[in-house]
Design a protein around this ligand. Structure first.
Ligand code: ZN
Length: 113
């Protein structure tokens, strides 16, 4: 259930950013997270709602963008997108891989008025 901690952290960032932008209301929060973060969107959304209750972001729409896992093969240097948890180089079959994308978790943007 790490969604709750993540939701609390992100909602704090949203509220801080809204304050700096002098917003009276947050209408939209765009969040990107990598597939490897393994967030359950429904739980995350629920936890986020709880975190922003009675704040200026309580009615904000939440948009979650999932970043696919991209890896680079340490043997032949091929970049490839991981499909169906198949963690092996698509070119040479090596499992000696570096993660390029898939572990990120950040607020892409917020909108408000
Ligand atoms: Zn390879």
């Amino acid at each position: 259930m790490h969604e709750i901690r993540i939701a609390e952290d992100l909602s704090a960032i949203v509220l801080e950013a809204a304050k700096q932008e002098n917003l009276s209301k947050v209408t939209m929060v765009n969040i990107s997270f990598g597939q490897l973060v393994q967030i359950v969107p429904a739980i995350f959304e629920f936890a986020f709602r709880e975190s922003v209750r009675d704040s200026i972001a309580q009615d904000a729409e939440l948009s979650l963008e999932i970043v696919p896992v991209k890896m680079k093969c340490a043997v032949c240097g091929t970049d490839f997108q991981v499909k169906e948890n198949h963690f092996a180089c698509t070119d040479c079959g090596s499992t000696d891989l570096k993660i390029i994308h898939g572990k990120e978790l950040f607020i892409k943007s917020i909108e408000g008025e």
